[in-house]
Design a protein around this ligand. Structure first.
Ligand code: AMP
Ligand code: MG
Length: 339
């Protein structure tokens, strides 16, 4: 398949990709979290093609993106009060909410679940594309299933060239990790995936929020989960990654003691100079925002470097750090050492 490439800065680019989407095509689009592979959320065939293009398991549902609250009526059965409060505070933005699905949303989009995930992105290009199509867009991350989520146009080209109808450049994603996901499908609100909107912020706004154990822990074989995406091996670099929970001093000492050919450190900016192995930095030790912004790019760089073994310094698990930790522990296949 020929993949058309667009730059959102060029006149007519947004209109062109909107037309492709209206005709049932697939387009990788920029959002503030990561790039998304978009299709008309009401179009069963187009949504089925998303799964094919990504190699995504059919039981991993898609997030539906909107550009105004008016669109919600066709997507969800009800808009719970607590979801409304969060929408007022965090939409448009990097928060996805799961609610009871309307019949208009095909089963392929929600992977046969009675609920649907909805997000109102803040990225101006994403919003213009949704507005121009006049349709909610189902859009999982625009990577090949299993590889790190794409935070730039180049990452999408690398993964999806020849597999989708178009890719549109809107600059690098500023948040860098996928949206926070909270579910209102059960009795109590549950955090299914941590992101830029933090657990602390959610609790400040609506009170009690449970945390799905899949956020921090490995799922048992065959365990039924609220968020199917959490059970798959994710963001997996080719190298074997070990997540190291330690102070900077202990981390540096440990890595230097294990310095061998092919060993890489996935570390904080401040640590690189003190390490005697090849390093890839993912932001300052003191900025969870920077760590989120750079983590997926860092994992891709490691992939291209031919690293055999990676010692990744664990971020703190508070604030946005919880989101970074959640992605890294999956990249590490839950291989963690605590010093
Ligand atoms: P991605 O768009 O690639 O970031 O993946 C979407 C994530 O949202 C996956 O982890 C899904 O499991 C989760 N998700 C989407 N819809 C639902 C839903 N109805 N119930 C639970 N999780 C969902
Ligand atoms: Mg994904």
């Amino acid at each position: 398949m020929e993949t058309l490439l667009f730059d959102s800065k060029n006149e007519g680019a947004v209109e062109a990709v909107a037309n492709i989407l209206k005709n049932g095509g697939l387009v990788a689009i920029p959002t503030e979290t990561v790039y998304g592979l978009a299709a008309n959320a009401f179009d069963e065939k187009a949504c089925a093609n998303i799964f094919k293009a990504k190699g995504r398991p059919g039981d991993n549902p898609l997030i539906v993106h909107i550009s105004s609250l008016n669109m919600l009526g066709d997507i969800v059965e009800e808009f719970p009060e607590k979801a409304r409060l969060l929408a007022e505070k965090f939409w448009p933005g990097p928060l996805t909410m799961i609610m009871k699905k309307s019949e208009k949303i095909p089963n392929v989009t929600s992977a046969n679940l009675p609920s649907v995930a909805v997000r109102f992105p803040a990225h101006p290009v994403a919003r213009r594309i949704i507005e121009e199509t006049g349709l909610p867009l189902a859009a999982p991350s625009a990577n090949l299933s299993g590889s790190p989520s794409p935070t730039s146009f180049e990452h999408c080209v690398h993964d999806l060239m020849g597999r989708v109808d178009a890719i549109i450049d809107g600059g690098p994603s500023s948040v860098g990790v996928e949206s926070t996901i909270i579910s209102f499908a059960g009795e109590k609100p549950v955090l299914l995936r941590p992101g830029y909107v933090t657990l602390e912020q959610l609790r400040e706004t609506i009170g009690e929020v449970e945390v799905s154990h899949a956020v921090l822990e490995k799922l048992e074989e065959g365990e039924k989960v609220l968020s199917p995406g959490m059970k798959y091996k994710h963001y997996a670099p080719k190298a074997q990654v070990t997540l190291v929970k330690a102070s900077s001093e202990d981390y540096i000492k440990y890595v230097n003691e294990h310095a061998e050919e092919g060993i890489f450190a996935l570390c904080f900016d401040e640590e690189a100079k003190k390490l005697s192995v090849s390093t890839v930095c993912y932001g300052s030790e003191f900025s969870d925002e920077e760590q989120a912004e750079h983590i997926f790019e860092a994992l891709r760089i490691i992939d291209e470097s031919g690293a055999k073994k990676v010692f990744a310094h664990s971020p703190k698990v508070t604030g946005i750090g919880l989101a970074v930790y959640n992605r890294l522990i999956r990249a590490a296949g839950f291989d963690v050492i605590e010093l």
